[in-house]
Design a protein around this ligand. Structure first.
Ligand SMILES: Nc1nc2c([nH]c(=O)n2[C@H]2C[C@H](O)[C@@H](COP(=O)(O)OP(=O)(O)OP(=O)(O)O)O2)c(=O)[nH]1
Ligand SMILES: [Mg+2]
Length: 315
């Protein structure tokens, strides 16, 4: 059977404070009926994704949007069709949204999204909605005091909300001690902390998750930590991205986008190859390697969740 290909534009519409998104419930009579969804629908012939999004949001919710940013593109195989969900992030609209087609519509806190039943294709969208556009990777730093000062600066001044504790030069007990302090600081600022260590470390410290090196990733056949903790991984090519998808990583970094002083010999991907690699990956991907916050918009335009960086945040 040749499957139908369906291209759908859908919206993650955020509340002004950014803490809630608007969900709609699919009528029980249609495909995927009764499940919750991000409002949107199929592209009409000759429509762009954004044009379809504007039309659908007006038809389904009675609102008008002027701008939207790409959030994530998800390819998914249903038994009867291949679907591409082209999901946009919307901040700001005019009109008061209501279910113009009689469907239930509800503002839902980001932390409660997993309580709602969604179509199978939606898991990567939920992850993308819950993640910020910036991922800070900490630098090697000998002194704990200096480390904490720099982390605090990034949390307060740059508004960083996702942190990976990378400290290859520390032994296990020094790493744990630093992780405890970093975790406390992250909690104070509403940020998540992932440990760049063996997954077993989560038994000793209640961090938000684990980041796998690409080598460690390639040794795993299944997800090494429970759902509910975040699992990310470093990837550099198609094979590693595929493995990350297979073991259920919540998101990944893909590098090196550019050549960097820390990895001068690694061949850079550049934006074109980056985009090609990200397109089939059904999870949020952060661009890494010579990235700054000024690259975030372009990264999003080619399919990334945003950018990951050490140097841009470590000042
Ligand atoms: N809008 C939307 N559709 C989704 C999501 N997840 C998901 O698998 N889908 C699937 C369900 C449908 O097969 C397809 C969307 O089609 P639709 O029924 O909304 O299309 P439409 O608004 O153009 O409606 P219609 O004119 O065809 O009745 O995508 C989601 O989060 N939002
Ligand atoms: Mg629809």
């Amino acid at each position: 059977m040749i499957k139908r290909r369906v291209h759908v534009a859908a919206a993650a519409i955020f509340s002004d404070d950014g803490n809630e998104v608007l969900l709609a419930r699919r009528p029980s009579t249609v495909d995927q009926g009764g499940l919750w969804e991000f409002p949107g629908g199929k592209l009409a012939p000759y429509e762009t994704g954004f044009e379809a999004l504007r039309r659908e949001l007006h038809e389904e919710l009675g609102i008008s949007i002027e701008r939207a940013q790409p959030l994530i593109r998800v390819h998914h195989e249903y038994s009867d069709k291949h679907i591409l969900l082209d999901v946009w992030q919307v901040h700001g609209f005019s009109g008061e949204p209501y279910g113009r087609e009689g469907q239930a519509v509800r503002w839902v806190k980001l932390g409660e999204l997993f309580n709602y039943p969604f179509p199978a294709a939606n898991l990567p969208i939920l992850r993308a909605v819950m993640l910020p556009t910036e991922y800070l990777i900490t630098a090697e730093e000998e002194d704990d005091g200096v480390f904490l000062d720099k982390l605090q600066r990034a949390l307060i001044e740059d508004g960083v909300r996702l942190v990976q504790l990378r400290a290859k030069s520390l032994d296990e007990s020094a790493y744990l001690a630093r992780a405890e302090q970093a975790l406390q600081l992250c909690r104070e600022h509403g940020a998540r902390l992932l440990l760049n260590t063996e997954p077993e470390m989560l038994a000793h410290i209640d961090a938000d998750g684990v980041h796998l090196t690409s080598e460690r990733l390639m040794t795993l056949e299944r997800r090494p930590i429970v759902e509910g903790k975040w699992l990310s991984a470093s990837t550099h090519d198609e094979g590693q991205l595929a493995r990350a998808g297979r073991i259920g990583c919540d998101f990944v970094t893909l590098s090196p986008l550019r050549t960097t002083p820390s990895h001068p010999d690694a061949a850079p991907l550049g934006w074109h190859d980056f985009q090609q690699l990200v397109e089939p990956a059904a999870m949020p991907v952060f661009a890494l390697g010579g990235m700054t916050r000024h690259d975030a918009n372009h990264a999003r335009a080619v399919g990334a969740q945003g950018i990951a960086s050490i140097r841009d945040f470590w000042r």
